[in-house]
Design a protein around this ligand. Structure first.
Ligand code: AMP
Ligand code: MG
Length: 328
């Protein structure tokens, strides 16, 4: 099975595995002192910067001509008030690349841009930074986009249990997919990948839906209304990051709802929050659109400017879920 993987996929998997190793080190060693607040008031941590530096370094070595669209820039690191942040981030990057200096770390981070290209790598070095800081779920998310479509996705979820219903189950999962070649998961420390499929269950009281932990990132009240209309009796699974796409892809949840929050109705989703997850769910047999049923267009810059909200499902129930949104 691994023999069929492309060079791109092998590199992408190495990138997310290496970066998530760095993130886990940051998490165990210094999470309380790891964060600063960005201009948009969202948090960013030593791990976001270290993860982006490591992945941009690896990607640009393997594919020197490729564009990388990534969440972070070195701007915060260069602020003299944040000298400690640069120094700590560099220390963690050295675990992977002993030659790393503060200057090199900034240069590697800035290999990431905000301009999309016909072919580009789409990186969220830590998706779900708030979850990372809370000790909940986060993901390292990397996708390859061609002509506006995600064609490869690799998603490391270091804190995700292999079995959601067994609290003591081992944690740490990598999801991946290539367009046309199916979706897979690998448990941390295991060598072999296992194919994954979405749930085959029809709508009804037995199915589960998932949503963000953060009430400001979506319209959770409307999610509840839609769930009731669909006959869903179980409470939602609230989870940070694209780990939600992973649990839809392997059938733990049938629906991931992300309807625009009433607090920020004009918010347009960012490409790096979705690209990897979309290809994984679709290759597992599911479907992902915006709230109006349109496919997500990743070719228009760093935001999904033509889309509103996101709905991911196990596929066969997608039209029913979209219908339940109308007038909700
Ligand atoms: P989640 O853990 O699913 O809430 O996803 C985290 C992502 O939500 C972050 O990476 C942010 O880019 C994104 N985000 C921030 N503000 C909003 C918002 N108002 N609506 C939707 N997503 C947001
Ligand atoms: Mg993110």
């Amino acid at each position: 099975m691994r023999d069929e993987t492309s060079h791109e996929l092998q590199v992408a998997l190495r990138c997310v595995i290496e970066a998530s190793r760095v993130c886990q080190r940051v998490r165990t060693e210094m999470v309380e002192r790891a964060a600063v607040t960005k201009a948009d008031r969202s948090p960013v941590t030593v791990a976001d910067f270290a993860s982006q530096a490591v992945i941009c370094r690896m990607l640009s070595e393997a594919f020197p001509g490729d564009t990388i669209v990534a969440e972070e820039t070195s701007a915060e690191l260069k602020d003299p008030a944040n000298a400690w942040l640069l120094s700590r981030a560099t220390g963690f990057v050295r675990l992977s690349f002993p030659e790393a200096s503060e200057e090199l770390v900034c240069r590697w981070i800035d290999k990431g841009t905000r301009e999309t290209a016909p072919r580009y790598w789409c990186l969220d070095p830590i998706d779900g930074t708030k979850g990372f800081l809370r000790g909940d779920q986060y993901a390292v998310a990397l996708a390859l986009v061609m002509d506006g479509k995600a064609i490869l996705g690799a998603l490391a979820c270091p804190g995700l249990p292999m079995d959601l219903d067994r609290p003591g189950a081992p944690v740490g999962v990598i999801f991946y997919a290539q367009r046309g070649k199916g979706a897979f998961q690998i448990a941390t420390g295991e060598a072999s990948a296992v194919p994954i499929r979405v749930s085959q269950e029809g709508l009804g009281s037995g199915i589960r839906f998932c949503e963000s932990v953060e009430p400001g990132h979506a319209d959770q009240e409307r999610h509840r209304t839609v769930a009731l209309r669909l006959g869903i009796a179980k409470p939602s699974i609230r989870m940070d990051s694209q780990a939600k796409y992973g649990i839809v892809a392997r059938g733990d949840a049938s629906i991931y709802l992300r309807l625009p929050s009433p607090v920020s109705p004009d918010y347009r989703e960012k490409v790096w929050d979705h690209a990897a997850g979309v290809v994984i769910v679709e290759e597992a047999g599911g479907k992902v659109t915006d709230t109006l049923g349109r496919p997500l267009n990743f070719g228009l810059g760093p935001r999904l400017t033509e889309n509103k909200g996101v709905v991911a499902t196990s596929g066969h129930i997608h039209e029913q879920v979209l219908a339940a949104l109308e007038g909700s």
